[in-house]
Ligand binder design. Structure first.
Ligand code: 5GP
Length: 113
């Protein structure tokens, strides 16, 4: 399925890149919700967390490792951050391509409780 993120991966829509390798791309969110707001996505077009297959688990692990590395590089590893995946309508998922939001750089409000 073609999405904004597949166009960013192929380069037809520009992005402000933070990290890239053969499998993963990370770039700044166009509408940041906090001082640091990076989107981390697999290049494989997985629509959402619901479609993550057992063979994708190394990729999901690598996404977490990339998030850890970016948090360090952007100086939020010690102050703290959230790594958020929205899945499906109730979560507000707007782009049907798996992505994690790495959010930090300020005290974040409680989501629950
Ligand atoms: P979702 O609500 O699907 O979890 O998050 C999608 C995110 O993608 C939103 O935070 C939105 O600001 C971001 N976004 C949508 N279109 C673009 C775009 O063209 N470029 C970038 N960098 N971010 C985008």
């Amino acid at each position: 399925m073609e999405t904004i993120f597949s166009k960013i991966i192929e380069g037809s829509i520009p992005c402000n890149k933070v990290f890239e390798n053969e499998r993963i791309l990370a770039f700044y969110d166009i509408e940041p919700a906090a001082p640091v707001h990076v989107l981390i996505i697999p290049k494989k077009p997985i629509p959402s967390m619901n479609e993550v297959a057992p063979e994708d688990l190394p990729l999901i692990g690598e996404l977490h490792s990339v998030a850890q590395q970016i948090a360090k590089e952007l100086g939020i590893a010690e102050t703290g951050y959230r790594l958020i995946n929205n899945c499906g309508p109730d979560s507000g998922q707007a782009v049907q391509h798996l992505h994690y939001h790495l959010i930090g750089g300020a005290k974040l409000g409680a989501l629950i409780g």
